[in-house]
Ligand binder design. Structure first.
Ligand code: ZN
Length: 63
């Protein structure tokens, strides 16, 4: 059973990797996108591959 941390499990929307499988430093590199109020996560590897898409879509206040 997973420990209760107050956060839902984060899964990469591209490759289905789980953030919980990485270390704490790697977890910080995960990227969250919000589309139509729905959160979408990208693991560091996928975020790098899709960086151009992300930059085009993210609202300015995210940065
Ligand atoms: Zn991924």
């Amino acid at each position: 059973m997973a420990p209760v941390t107050g956060e839902t499990e984060v899964v990469c929307s591209v490759c289905a990797a789980r953030r919980a499988d990485g270390d704490a430093v790697a977890a910080l590199a995960w990227v969250r996108e919000v589309e139509d109020r729905r959160a979408r996560w990208l693991c560091p590897r996928c975020a790098r591959e899709h960086v151009r898409d992300i930059e085009a879509k993210l609202p300015a206040e995210y940065w």
